[in-house]
Design a protein around this ligand. Sequence first.
Ligand code: ASP
Length: 436
Amino acid sequence: MRTIVAKFGGTSLADAAHFRKVREIIQADPDRRFIVASAPGKRCPEDVKVTDLLLECYEKAATGEDFEVGLSAVGVRFGEIIEDLGLDFPLADEIQTLRAHLSDAPRLGYVLSRGEYLNSRLLAAYLGYTFVDPEWCVCFDEAGHLDGPMTRRTLGAALRPLQNAVIAGFYGADMAGNVHTMTRGGSDVTGSLVAAAIHASLYENWTDVSGLLAADPHIVPNPKTVKYVSYRELRTLSYMGASVLHTDAVLPVSDLDIPINIRNTDRPQDAGTTIVRKLPRGETKYPIVGVAGRKGMSVIQVEKVMVSDESGFTAIMLDILKNRQLPFEQCLTGIDTVTLVIRSDLLAPCKDELFNEIRQKLNPDYLGLTEKLSMIAVIGERDTESSDANVQVLQALAREGVPINTANQGAGKLNLLVGVPEDRYEDAIRIIYAAI
Ligand code: ASP
């Protein structure tokens, strides 16, 4: 029997109209048995997420201020859903319990978790499914870190006997019963943990977009939706800021080869993007799945004659960065040169000191800095035959007169990373998209 875990994000459960759409989606496929729900999100751009209202309540309560305005806004959001769907739900009692908690030594994890807790109870009631409180089966240690292996066992034991259930996303508890939340957007992680715990056939992640786009739509008009992306490609896309999924949501399912399908609740007819280890049979592997990038990069260039014959030069350079806890994005070594790509905002506070130290310890022939660069990743796992896609990209940039400051393609051929001036970033993205 196939089992699908379907996670619905905040915009997918923001109001009663969306609850109806969600129920239709769930009822359209009996394999959708385990549902993970977020707290109500924004209904329009100016709206406030319930989690943010709860955060405001906590902050006010913790400093002894009046939190009633925020709390009543939370009550109104849930009240509207309950009334519109005609549910029988003790909302006043739940709000009173939260009020009592806020008035007496409030705990951040508990307060923030109430959005998911209440929304999941409502969804369970609306679907006629069992409600599963992650307080009992998503396990944290006392320091507030998620215990993955224990969670998998406990969640598995809790869910296996059930025909179907709604599990609240975003939180769990430690052995002492203290509620802890994940980082924001953490219901994606809960969905992934549930899918892993029950060895689901598929993890559907329902949101407000029809999957990952091959380029930023603010730069490229109507970019294509990526049909398949590998877990590794997704990691680069999200690192470059093109994320629709919490980064911690990949590992629990990728270990077990469970595909993740990103879908749009408002357009269930769209196939969305599927994140897989290997493409299904018969699907063509495109050498490039997308292009994404970041501005605000600097490049440090260190040159010293015969450096390629000297062992330890690069190691000293990297040690200098490590001791300053200054992370670098890329390190390219060539004959007589070492090039480092570093985020400008991290470099700025220590630039002069860093340059002095490099001069002192490495005595370079030349030490240069280029600022206002952007890094563009041309993403796609390529095999040897298709690696000429990279050549096409570089040729297209050169043809259009975009200066290429750095170009980096590791032996793994996962990505091509190109450094171009910030003021040509948008041009470069459009040129690359057209070329691929
Ligand atoms: N409600 C939480 C947030 O707004 C968690 C989630 O939606 O996944 O971040």
